[in-house]
Design a protein around this ligand. Structure first.
Ligand SMILES: [Fe+2]
Length: 262
């Protein structure tokens, strides 16, 4: 039996408005920080939803595709006091790890990521906005829907930026049936050893399920709605790319939601 330690980080699958599992897990495991993997859909401003745990952990998030479903979904995220905790398009040091974030999804009308990036219809939100007549804009900019689309500019900002230890995404890597090679390429460019994604509502240990080779440069996990993945602090800070220690993997699997307990 592996000793239970407080995880450095916990990653939560798409809440879709239900924060009970997030609050319960934070109170039980007491992680240093948490990351919501998109589709938050808070019914009140996010800092109100998570008020019981705001003094217990540091809250971070990426956005998903459903945060643009309604004005309320949008405003309860971006109007929240936690809006500045969005990881999209940047690398932030969290609990001792450099964590990169790519929120949103690939949409063909912006960039079909199965095609080369220079063939994207619009390179940036600004480019899309310039193509729109003022009367069809939403709040003086692009349509609400496309505020959850991934633009090449967002992707390249990460791709060409500093290295990271962990990449959190809403979209899945290529090993997923609906995943994207562009996610793998980003992970490899950043040099991360862990990719964690939401969106598909299933707990997936890609190496454990034989979807990804153990020799791959990074481990990958999908996290289900209502579930979580915990990541322990690297005690030595010596973990090398592709060489995640077994004890880290043990605890990740140990607390990978309810399914792992069986
Ligand atoms: Fe989603």
């Amino acid at each position: 039996m592996h000793r239970m330690t407080k995880p450095a980080l916990m990653f939560f699958g798409d809440p879709h408005g239900d924060f009970v599992p997030v609050i319960a897990a934070v109170e039980r495991f007491q992680p240093e920080a948490i990351v919501l993997l998109g589709d938050v859909q808070a019914r009140q401003p996010l800092h109100v939803e998570l008020a019981p745990i705001l003094d217990k952990t540091a809250v971070w998030f990426i956005h998903g595709n459903h945060y643009t479903d309604s004005d309320a979904d949008y405003d309860n995220l971006w109007g929240s006091e936690l809006a500045h905790r969005n990881l999209h398009g940047r690398v932030v040091e969290i609990a001792g790890y450099q964590v990169a974030g790519l929120g949103g999804i690939f949409r063909d009308k912006i960039w079909n990521a199965g095609r080369p990036i220079d063939e994207a219809a619009f390179a940036s939100a600004d480019a899309l906005c310039r193509s729109m007549r003022p009367e069809v804009r939403w709040r003086d900019s692009i349509a609400r829907r496309h505020r959850s689309s991934i633009f090449p500019e967002d992707y390249l900002q990460l791709f060409l930026g500093p290295p990271a230890d962990i990449l959190v995404t809403h979209e899945a890597p290529a090993a997923h049936l609906y995943g994207w090679r562009a996610i793998d390429e980003l992970a490899e460019a950043l040099g991360v050893r862990l990719v964690v994604h939401g969106h598909h509502h299933r707990d997936i240990d890609y190496v454990g399920e034989g979807l990804l080779s153990a020799a791959a440069p990074f481990r990958a996990f999908g996290v289900d709605k209502g579930s979580h993945l915990a990541w322990e602090r690297d005690p030595q800070g010596e973990t090398e790319l592709g060489g995640v220690p077994q004890d880290l993997l043990d605890i990740a699997v140990q607390v990978l939601g309810a399914k792992a307990q069986t």
